[in-house]
Design a protein around this ligand. Structure first.
Ligand SMILES: C[S@@+](CC[C@H](N)C(=O)[O-])C[C@H]1O[C@@H](n2cnc3c(N)ncnc32)[C@H](O)[C@@H]1O
Length: 268
């Protein structure tokens, strides 16, 4: 045991989640339940054998295959989410957190909720004192995201609303607004009135024509410091004597636009 293993946060307990990793392709997030087992095609492990042990241990399954038991990362929990729409890709979510300045204590409005993928990421960063107000106009997506957020135990940091963002937002003076929906340009006036001055708007947008319309609207509403870019992730194949880019990659997810709310210039 190392000194960090004595940290009770790093000890596997009954009811906690673990990430079981067999190899780079096979990994599962599962809930630890005393008296039960985790099964995969390489045998099973008894949860009682890992309860009380530090995260990061390696153990053998009933078929003598070694597996590693980690504490799941935020990104691993996305695999637990049921989909009602495409969820945001991690490369885009990470940049929204940084450029949107979303941090502990932030009050954030998000629309559309979709499956709640981005909602859950945002919520885990604004905790413990911040809050996410997320708007969705499709009943099925609202139901799916409600279940996902409950499953992830994030209800305290999120208010989900079955409401069309076209009608405007109920909150005022929020720190950040995040838009991931088909016509973000229609929401810019509402984003402007609900943001505090100097607050951020972050927009995920799949096509060039949507950028054109949204950029025009951002300028109409006097948003400043507008930037737009695409980020491309190219994963490497990690194989001894054959390290090179993977043959297949995801070619395009979307573009990101970021801007800041300005208020009227003070007259001299
Ligand atoms: C691409 S999905 C969002 C995915 C989400 N970011 C995630 O990571 O799971 C877009 C969602 O926006 C919703 N939507 C579209 N227009 C809307 C509007 N005017 N108000 C509220 N939600 C809207 C759609 O129903 C859809 O569920």
């Amino acid at each position: 045991m190392t000194s960090s293993d004595k940290n009770t946060d790093n000890i596997i307990s009954d009811g906690s989640y673990v990430l079981v990793v067999l190899n780079e392709h096979k990994r599962w997030v599962t809930k630890v339940e005393s008296g039960k087992q985790f099964h995969c095609h390489k045998g099973f492990i008894e949860f009682d054998e890992v309860i009380g042990k530090p995260y990061g241990i390696r153990i053998f399954t009933s078929k003598s295959t070694a597996v590693s038991i980690y504490k799941p990362l935020q990104i691993d929990f996305l695999s637990k989410i049921s989909h009602s729409s495409q969820i945001i890709y991690p490369k885009d979510a990470g940049l929204i957190l940084l450029y949107g300045d979303i941090k502990p204590g932030s009050r954030v409005i998000e629309t559309g909720t979709g499956s709640g993928g981005l909602t859950s990421i945002l919520a885990s960063y604004v905790r413990p004192n911040g809050h996410i107000y997320s708007y969705e106009n499709r009943e099925q997506a609202f139901k799916t995201s409600t279940n996902n957020i409950k499953k992830l135990g994030l209800n305290d940091a999120i208010t989900l609303k079955l409401q069309d963002a076209i009608e405007g937002f109920d909150e005022e003076d929020v720190d950040a607004i995040v838009l991931d929906l088909a016509s973000p340009e229609e929401i810019i006036p509402h984003a402007y009135s609900s943001l505090r001055s100097s607050g951020t708007v972050s927009i995920f947008i799949p096509t060039y024509n949507q950028i054109e319309r949204t950029y025009h609207e951002l300028k109409e509403y006097d948003f400043g410091d507008i930037i737009c870019f695409e980020t491309i992730k190219r994963e490497l194949q990690l194989k001894t004597n054959a390290i090179r880019p993977q043959t297949r990659i995801i070619g395009h997810t979307g573009f990101l636009i970021f801007a800041r709310k300005r208020t009227k210039m003070v007259q001299k």
